[in-house]
Design a binder for this molecule. Structure first.
Ligand code: SF4
Length: 421
């Protein structure tokens, strides 16, 4: 049976390491100017390091060059394509035919993945891209499972298909939107979306015969988040997606924290591996989404929906409250290394205030389980003096922590259960 690739976002080398450790087969990244995430912090050197690191452990890095380029962008595009060829990117993700032409001309052996920004919604378009030299098409999120199944059954044999399984849904047609540019001067099609659709708006109405009358149409006392979409979550559909033979399953979110990344990646890793194992044992009807879903809702979401994939008429797409769920957990810390002089003491980078007795959980890679413990001892990073509490005053604030488990690896993520001692 075809085992799909699990593809995760990587806004930095550190995030790529976390994604790989928690089960991603490949990551996608971009350089700041020319991908659709200008605020994702990969610069040229970290991208090179990320690719070298990935290749050293048998994983892949795809690089997004998916802006709709203006003529003045092309000098930069040419330089970037040459550089990505030199540093052995595994593929370039592009959407603009002008950019794709340049890739074919400058780096004829480079794999081309057609970005979701190209809005491929049909077999005809997928096959066009295959004939035009694409190795892979990333389908538009707007397709439902019947559309995708049809494409899988009829596409050119060599064309790989990638689809989104988790993350934000754009209110517009996969990023083809001018709202952010209009309201804020930041252009979504050049990778700088300010997510204006998620802002809070006041609606007003006027009486037809009295256009100057203004009546506020409030959803509640704060207004309404009329455009804000829920997040996609296809964990329940993993069996259907694997059975369709999709080549790559993509998680959205290059700007999300490494805590979010670890949680989402390991949940889908386990779901995919478990389903494949069950299928090999003819027990596929035992697949149960609940244990994975219980993990996924422990990180911030805007509410989860299968919207397009299951039924685009179901109206289950809007997050009118504009709030993330009321979370029980938050990012606690990340392990940097083990202290060489103190037994079971680790140097950790903290992300929220931590105090003695706090209830922490280690996210175990290759598992859906956690290792639970209460903080018994904290030590000042410089003086080794025992302390009771530590605040994340500066970015990268570190502390030494006694953790009653051996052999925890660098980049292991620890979450904190709120309000429980
Ligand atoms: S403002 Fe919203 S709808 Fe427009 S591109 Fe950004 S995320 Fe999509």
């Amino acid at each position: 049976m075809n085992k799909p690739e699990l593809l995760a976002p990587a806004g930095s080398l550190e995030k790529a390491k976390v994604a790989f450790m928690y089960g991603a087969d490949a990551v996608y990244a971009g350089t700041s100017k020319l991908s659709l995430r200008t605020r994702a912090d990969m610069n040229s050197d970290t991208l090179k390091d990320t690719i070298e690191y990935a290749h050293s452990i048998g994983k892949k890095v795809y690089v997004a060059l998916n802006i709709y380029a203006h003529d003045e962008d092309y000098d930069e595009i040419e330089k970037e394509v040459r550089r990505l060829d030199e540093i052995h990117a595994d593929a370039i993700i592009a959407s603009d035919v002008g950019v794709i032409e340049k890739i074919k001309e400058i780096a004829p052996n480079m794999e081309i993945h057609i970005s979701t920004q190209a809005n491929t919604v049909s077999l005809h378009s997928a096959n066009f891209w295959a004939k035009y030299g694409a190795r892979r098409v990333i389908l538009a999120r707007e397709l439902n499972k019947e559309n995708i199944k049809y494409i899988m059954e009829n596409k050119s044999k060599d064309l790989e298909i990638e689809m989104f399984i988790h993350g934000a849904i754009c209110f517009a047609y996969s990023g083809r939107c001018y709202l952010s540019k209009y309201l804020n001067g930041r252009c979504a099609n050049l990778g700088d979306c300010a997510q204006s659709c998620r802002w809070q708006y006041n609606l007003t109405a006027s009486e037809v015969n009295n256009p100057d009358s203004k009546i506020n149409v409030d959803f509640d006392e704060k207004g309404t988040y009329i455009f804000s979409s829920k997040d996609m979550c296809l964990i329940a559909q993993i069996p259907t997606i694997i059975d369709m033979g999709i080549d790559s399953l993509k998680i959205e979110g290059r700007l999300k924290t490494d805590y979010y990344l670890a949680t989402v990646v390991r949940s889908y890793r386990k779901a995919i591996d478990d389903y494949i194992l069950l299928k090999e044992q003819n027990r596929e009807n035992e697949y149960n989404k609940d244990k994975y879903l219980q993990e996924l809702i422990k990180v911030k979401t805007r509410g989860l929906s299968e919207f397009y994939f299951s039924d685009s008429n179901n109206q289950d797409i809007h997050d009118f409250d504009g709030k993330s769920e009321n979370l029980e957990y938050e990012y606690g810390a990340k392990i940097i290394s083990k202290d060489s002089n103190m037994e079971n003491v680790y140097i950790v980078e903290i992300r929220n205030k931590l105090s003695l007795k706090d209830n922490l959980e280690i996210l175990v890679p290759n598992s859906i389980d956690t290792l639970k413990f209460n903080i018994e001892k904290l030590y000042d990073i410089k003086t080794n003096e025992e302390i009771n509490t530590i605040n994340p005053g500066v970015k990268g604030q570190q502390v030494k922590m006694y953790i009653p488990f051996e052999d925890l690896k660098e980049n292991t993520i620890i979450r904190r259960k709120k309000g429980v001692k």
